[in-house]
Design a protein around this ligand. Structure first.
Ligand code: TMP
Ligand code: ASP
Length: 238
C-alpha cells in the first residue's frame, strides 16, 4: 500500500495515511527520549527492533483473543495498521515495583506484587502526562465507562498472556504501558507498540535490565539490550 501524507510525528514514530481511509502506516524511528522529552538521544537499530518485536507480540496477542491494530509488516521499520483514534489514556500495568511507582511510594525496586496493579496517565504533553483516575477520565470525557471497563479488562488479559510468554524467554515482565484506540466501527483495539521502550524487561536469572531503563539511567549497553530481547524472541519463534 502506498505511503501517503504524514498524519503525525511522535517521539519514536511517524504515522502516514494510505489510500485506504481505515489503514495507516507506522514508521519507527531510532530516536529516544525520556523524562518527558528532557533527555534525548538515538538508539541505533531501535526502530527496527521495536517494529518487529511489537508486531510479533501483537500477533501473539491476537491469537490469544486480544483485538489489535496490526495488519501486516511492510519492512524492517514500517507496519500497516488499522487506523484508530487513540484514547488519550496511557494504561500502565505493574507486576513488580520499579520506576515511578518505587519513587512515588518510597519503596525499593523489585518487590513482587501479590496481584498486578493498574493506573492511567492522561496522554497530554502540555500537562506532562499526569496520573489520572477513572472518575477524572470520565469527567473529562476522555472515554466512556464501557470503554474504560473494556480497556481495563484487556490490559489485565494482555498482562497474563505477555507475562507467561516472556517467562519462556527467561524474562520477567516488570511493568508496561499500553494505548488503545477506537476504530471506524467503534471497536476498541490495542494500538501503539509493545517494545523495550514501553515495557520493563528483567532477565529472570540475573535481573539485568533489558529495556529502555538502560537509556533513561545511562547504564550503557542500550543497543545490546534491545538486540538481546530481539534475539530471544526470534530464537523462541524458530
Ligand atoms: P514508570 O515507572 O516510569 O511510570 O513507567 C511504567 C512503564 O511505562 C514502564 O514500563 C515504561 C512505560 N512508559 C512508557 O511507555 N512511556 C512513558 O512515557 C513512561 C513514563 C513510561
Ligand atoms: N518516552 C517518554 C518521554 O520522552 C518517557 C519515557 O519513556 O521514559 O518523555
Amino acid at each position: 500500500m502506498e505511503k501517503g501524507q504524514q498524519l503525525y510525528e511522535g517521539k519514536a514514530k511517524k504515522v502516514f495515511a494510505t489510500s485506504d481511509p481505515d489503514c495507516c502506516i507506522v514508521s519507527y524511528k531510532d530516536d529516544a527520549t525520556a523524562f518527558d522529552g528532557a533527555k534525548r538521544g538515538t538508539i541505533a537499530g531501535k526502530g527496527a527492533v521495536n517494529n518487529q518485536m511489537s508486531n510479533m507480540l501483537m500477533q501473539m496477542l491476537e491469537h490469544n483473543g486480544i483485538p489489535t491494530h496490526f495488519i501486516s509488516e511492510l519492512n524492517q521499520r514500517e507496519t500497516l495498521v488499522r487506523k484508530v483514534s487513540i484514547i488519550p489514556l496511557e494504561v500502565i500495568i505493574r507486576n513488580v515495583s520499579a520506576g515511578s511507582f518505587a519513587q512515588r511510594y518510597g519503596v525499593e525496586e523489585g518487590i513482587v506484587f501479590d496481584a498486578p496493579t493498574i493506573e492511567f496517565s492522561y496522554k497530554n504533553d502540555d500537562l506532562h502526562d499526569p496520573l489520572i483516575n477513572e472518575y477524572h477520565a470520565l469527567a473529562l470525557k476522555l472515554a466512556t465507562k464501557e470503554e474504560i471497563d473494556t480497556v481495563k479488562a484487556l490490559a489485565f488479559q494482555v498482562n497474563d498472556i505477555l507475562k507467561a510468554f516472556m517467562k519462556t524467554l527467561n524474562v520477567d515482565l516488570i511493568d508496561f504501558k499500553l494505548e488503545f484506540g477506537r476504530s471506524s466501527d467503534g471497536s476498541i483495539l490495542l494500538a501503539d507498540e509493545i517494545s523495550p521502550d514501553t515495557c520493563r524487561f528483567w532477565d529472570s536469572t540475573t535481573h539485568e535490565k533489558l529495556d529502555k531503563d538502560r537509556f533513561r539511567r545511562d547504564l550503557g549497553g542500550v543497543e545490546d539490550a534491545y538486540q538481546e530481547m530481539m534475539r530471544r524472541l526470534l530464537e523462541q519463534k524458530d
